[in-house]
Design a binder for this molecule. Structure first.
Ligand code: MF3
Ligand code: CO
Ligand code: CO
Length: 269
């Protein structure tokens, strides 16, 4: 579809209008509400296919569209990435076991606007090391969001995330990144979760993009399995991810996918 809205920067990043924030808020809120509502369905013995069936149903019920069903041949309304799966885990019939940690990533389209967000969940009891990984990953996302303001660069966001994660002796995945979104799912720029301060395009009011760091307890390298989707850590170490969709404002940024219930942590403590 030819996109007339707003204008493009020299780096090909779309600058949306102030009036476009409302549409992004509606899409973001639906995706975040679905992540709130799925929490009580995550338990030992549950399958990720059943979680995806619920999500598919809730997207339809809301009169929205899943952005992932049919996207490059993907057939599900969510990606569910368990333990050492970094991202793009395909929902399936394997049962969750005690202590499994999982990322659930949902992208919806509401009136043509995209809302893309993911969070971590746990089946049964959370181990200390998994809890620490999840906390560090969420803190890293929030530090990235704090760096998302006009005048800063995309390198400032990546540097904030990388510096913090590596100081915790964990690693940032390089093989996947955040992305511009708005009236499309994946647009420029690539939002890297590592980098050097002051590098990359400068942030401007009206830019819409995701920040979605993946953090590993071990080494950062990943590989994609034979299904052509599932990305795992090469060293089989645990991996976590959180994702928000944000819009740059005059002062800082607005997070479109904040939990309406105020949840983010798997124990909701
Ligand atoms: N939601 C993912 C992202 O954060 C993309 C999933 S594409 C899919 O960009 F096809 F794997 F669903
Ligand atoms: Co995304
Ligand atoms: Co996503």
């Amino acid at each position: 579809m030819y996109e007339r809205r707003g204008r493009l920067t020299k780096d090909g990043i779309r600058i949306y209008d102030l009036s476009d924030f409302a549409g992004m808020n509606r899409a973001g809120r639906l995706a975040a509400t679905i992540l709130d509502d799925i929490a009580e369905h995550v338990f030992v013995g549950q399958t990720t296919a059943e979680l995806d069936r619920l999500i598919t149903h809730w997207v339809e019920e809301a009169g929205a569209t899943s952005a992932t069903i049919g996207y490059k041949g993907y057939q599900h309304a969510s990606c569910i990435s368990v333990n050492h799966v970094v991202c793009h885990g395909i929902p399936g019939d394997k049962k969750l076991k005690d202590g499994d940690i999982l990322n659930i990533d949902v992208t919806v389209i509401v009136d043509g606007w995209y809302g893309d967000t993911s969070r971590m969940y746990v089946a049964g009891s959370l181990t200390r090391k998994a809890e620490r990984l999840i906390q560090v990953t969420h803190d890293a996302l929030m530090l990235g969001i704090e760096a998302a303001r006009p005048g800063n660069t995309f390198g400032d966001i990546g540097a904030a995330i990388q510096t913090y994660v590596e100081a915790q002796r964990m690693s940032v995945v390089r093989d996947f990144c955040g992305h511009g979104l708005g009236r499309v799912f994946h647009a420029p720029p690539n939002v890297l979760h590592y980098g050097r301060p002051g590098t990359g395009p400068t942030l401007e009011e009206g830019m819409f993009f995701t920040i979605e760091p993946m953090v590993n307890l071990g080494r950062p390298e990943t590989k994609v399995l034979a299904d052509d989707w599932t990305a795992v850590t090469r060293d089989k170490s645990l991996s976590a991810q959180f994702e928000h969709s944000v819009g740059i404002t005059a002062q800082g940024c607005e997070v479109f996918t904040l939990s309406p219930a105020g949840h983010f942590h798997p124990t909701y403590g």
